[in-house]
Design a binder for this molecule. Structure first.
Ligand SMILES: Nc1ncnc2c1ncn2[C@@H]1O[C@H](COP(=O)(O)OP(=O)(O)OP(=O)(O)O)[C@@H](O)[C@H]1O
Ligand code: SF4
Ligand SMILES: [Mg+2]
Length: 391
């Protein structure tokens, strides 16, 4: 590396419903099921009382969420701050206990697994965090940071250093960097160290919690390219969390859009951008600036204003109704079921966009639909719902 021995941050490496069942939708990926999440719920109790503490309410951080992740797949998870993305992925690796529902890894139910059953599975599911500075121990050299998971994996003592060097090279750093401290690296390089630490366990699944949000745009692209190369070489599966739809577009096979703890839409990545069914997805898309300022000014955007409601007392019916430009009475009264349209595209909305009346008629309730959702299918005349102008 050109920054060899240089003090301070080292430079980045070179740029590198109908109630009746309809025809089965196209499976979202060819791979086997790696992770199956079934009606997962995570509630955080709100406690009150000085002497005797008791729960006076709950934060509905993840509420009745179901999805499947296939081997080799990248699943993007997107939504505004506080919608439950981090809680969801922390619950998947059992860092947070689930209040309800189940988590299966390769068919094994790990929802309540004890530490003995969990240990080998946890090794196969590694996390990379948003803030590489905070997630690396500043008092330890990179070699020590990477040696810990290598030891846990059972790598013999004499092979730990060469294996650490190999991992650093694999993530675009220099073998000599094993001897440095985290503060001697730039943000992008620290994130590479975080990725090397995750790889040290030889995982099958990496859960990336906003891995590039803290980085400059040019560095973001380098880290994303690295993640894609690693996936090709090592047949990894990713869950890639972001609050911005522009970040996950090119890395994801499918994307989940979350709002206030619930799934709003699940779709193959390109279809989500070309044919968003849910008004909330349109609003997130409208928030992405276009590179050309003239196009940016000229386009019509379906933006939502205001803050998401309080997750302690979420709105009735559709949780998005208080901010939705298409909301009608039914939205406030009845929770929309997650409905499966053609091509593995799911959305929970009474007035879906970009779907024909025929598609609405042929749609079916998804197994991933919340248990609490009503039975009312989207109206066949949903195209005539209140006017909005999605991009
Ligand atoms: N330990 C906790 N105790 C109580 N509430 C919590 C706890 N952790 C998270 N929450 C709440 O749960 C909700 C979901 O939080 P979470 O961090 O999962 O959101 P997020 O989508 O990851 O947000 P961000 O984009 O800001 O990272 C929020 O309302 C948050 O305040
Ligand atoms: S169900 Fe109603 S409030 Fe919810 S997203 Fe659809 S139109 Fe908007
Ligand atoms: Mg988060």
């Amino acid at each position: 590396m050109s920054d060899e021995g240089a003090p301070g941050p080292a430079p980045e490496p070179a740029p590198e419903p109908a109630p009746e069942p309809a025809p089965a939708p196209t499976p979202p990926a060819d791979g086997k099921r790696l992770l199956e999440i079934d009606h997962l719920q995570v509630l955080f109790p709100i406690k009150s009382g000085v002497v005797i503490s008791r729960a006076v309410g709950h934060v509905h951080a993840v509420d009745d969420v179901s999805f499947v992740l296939h081997e080799g797949e990248t699943l993007g998870i997107v939504g505004e701050s506080g919608c439950g993305k981090t809680t969801l992925i922390r619950a998947l690796v059992r860092l947070i206990p689930a209040t309800g529902g189940s988590i299966r890894f390769r068919g094994d139910d790990i929802t309540k697994a004890g530490s003995n059953q969990l240990a080998p599975i946890r090794r196969q599911m590694q996390m990379v965090f948003q803030d590489p500075q905070a997630s690396l121990n500043p008092r330890k050299r990179v070699g020590q940071i990477i040696a810990t998971p290598l030891r846990k994996r059972g790598v013999p003592k004499n092979e730990i250093e060469p294996e650490g060097q190999r991992l650093l090279e694999r993530v675009g750093l220099s073998p000599e960097h094993l001897n440095r401290f985290p503060h001697e690296f730039s943000g992008g390089q620290r994130q590479r160290i975080g990725i090397a630490r995750a790889l040290a366990m030889a995982p099958q699944l990496i859960l990336l919690d906003e891995p590039v949000s803290a980085l400059d745009v040019s560095i973001q692209a380098q880290v994303i390219n690295l993640l894609e190369d690693l996936q090709d070489d090592l047949q990894l599966s990713y869950i890639f969390v972001a609050h911005d739809l522009s970040v996950v577009r090119h890395v994801s096979d499918r994307i989940i859009v979350m709002y206030l703890g619930k799934l709003m839409e699940v779709a193959p990545a390109e279809e989500l951008y070309s044919k968003p069914i849910h008004p909330y997805t349109s609003a997130l898309l409208g928030a992405i600036p276009l590179p050309d300022p003239r196009q940016n000014r000229a386009r019509t955007r379906a933006l939502v204003t205001g803050e998401p409601p309080n997750p302690i007392n979420p709105p009735s019916g559709c949780r998005f109704h208080s901010r939705c430009p298409r909301a009608t009475e039914v939205c406030e009264a009845v929770e929309p079921r997650l409905t499966e349209y053609a091509g593995g595209h799911l959305a929970a909305c009474h007035h879906p966009q970009h779907v024909s009346a025929e598609e609405v008629t042929a749609a079916r309730r998804s197994d991933a639909s919340p248990l609490s959702a009503g039975d009312q299918p989207p109206a066949a005349d949903s195209q005539a719902a209140p006017a909005s102008s999605p991009d």
